[in-house]
Design a protein around this ligand. Structure first.
Ligand code: GLY
Length: 356
């Protein structure tokens, strides 16, 4: 049986490990604390259409191809583990002023030129879709984009991986030279450049809150709700017991301290969109390191005959998980996945071949 080492036990590494083991590889997953990094902190939005913008055609194509794989992936995980990871009916981006409303039309028009339909809503349409949003919301854009509960997803991947035969080694890999496996998949998120310095992946800090609904307070929205408040991007992602509020964004190295200012801004921005959350329980504040690349597309491809990179998913690691697993499985079988071409790491000239 051919051996595979997967370095990194977030959603990307765990999904690759599971799928590779199911395909007949003898898989060892290396992570000193699997499932505790950015994948644990994440919100779980699956919103490539809502984030569409003229000129960013490659990102939209890649994101839409990623989204299209989610229903089958979720069904497969449900069948393998009994865990249903999808939450939210769809994604509603709302406008609080005329400039935001114009942006929603720009997004809808651009995404429409690429063959995707989104529904523009007026004030009354927004109210009919989510009745508890602030009265100041003046327009909305509804997209067929659910969300995933990232923590249920980690649990499901771990369970499915174990059942498929993945062997977890809770160890830090400091050099790939220590691994004698036939193939290696490098999926350690923001830490990828520590193991392969040519990779243009840097940490981008994000703080996020988890709020629990309390009896007698307005129920959480059924949709993912996104907005721009005071120039900052905000999202509210429903959970069974409340919602996730995200996220701040700073260039702060590997710092994962939750700051007072971060929590203050998230609460203030969330209340501007959903006034009822003031009575929710503030259950958790956390911060993680997004693995970002210069062009906001991930790096998925062969670095050498032995090593494959699957990292750099930035703000979209949960979204990109199924297409990444498909692309890596294709590479392991000596093939390529055309929809993942935009993520070829060799678009960055400093990434040359090596011998490891
Ligand atoms: N997934 C959105 C974020 O990173 O904030």
């Amino acid at each position: 049986m051919r051996t595979l080492a997967v370095v990194g036990g977030g959603v990307i590494g765990s999904a690759v490990a599971w799928r590779a083991a199911a395909a007949g590889w003898s898989v060892t997953l290396f992570d000193p604390a699997a499932g505790t990094g950015a994948s644990w902190v994440a919100g779980g939005m699956l919103a490539p259409l809502s984030e569409g913008w003229p000129g960013e055609t490659e990102a939209l194509r890649f994101g839409a191809a990623a989204l299209s794989r989610w229903p089958d992936l979720a069904a497969e995980l449900r069948q393998a583990t009994g865990i249903d990871v999808l939450v939210a009916a769809a994604t509603l981006t709302v406008a609080l002023d005329a400039a935001d409303a114009a942006d929603l039309r720009t997004i809808a028009d651009f995404v429409g030129t690429q063959g995707h339909h989104m529904q523009l809503l007026d004030r009354a349409g927004v109210r009919a879709t989510e009745s508890t949003l602030a009265r100041t919301v003046r327009a909305g854009l509804l997209a067929p984009e659910p969300a995933a509960d990232n923590r249920l997803l980690l649990q499901a991947l771990s369970r499915a991986g174990t059942a498929a035969g993945v062997h977890l080694r809770p160890e830090t890999v400091t050099t790939l030279d220590d691994l004698d496996h036939d193939r290696v998949v490098l999926a350690p998120g923001a830490a990828a450049a520590r193991l392969w310095p040519q990779l243009p992946i840097r940490p981008v800090k994000g703080e996020i809150l988890r709020l629990h609904h309390r009896p007698g307070t307005p129920p959480p929205p059924r949709h993912v709700v996104r907005a721009r408040v005071h120039g900052r991007s905000l999202y509210l992602v429903p959970r069974a017991n409340g919602l996730v509020v995200g996220a701040t964004q700073y260039e702060a190295g590997f710092d994962t301290t939750v700051t007072v200012a971060g929590v203050r801004d998230l609460i203030a921005d969330a209340e501007a969109v959903l006034p009822g959350i003031g009575e929710y329980e503030l259950a958790e504040a956390a911060a993680g390191s997004r693995p970002c690349t210069p062009d906001n597309l991930p790096l998925i491809g062969a670095l050498t005959d032995r090593v494959i990179v699957a990292a750099g998913h930035g703000r979209n690691g949960i979204l990109g998980m199924p297409i990444t697993a498909d692309a890596v499985l294709a590479l392991l079988a000596g093939d390529t996945l055309p929809e993942a071409k935009a993520a070829d790491p060799h678009r960055f000239p400093q990434i040359s071949g090596g011998t490891r």
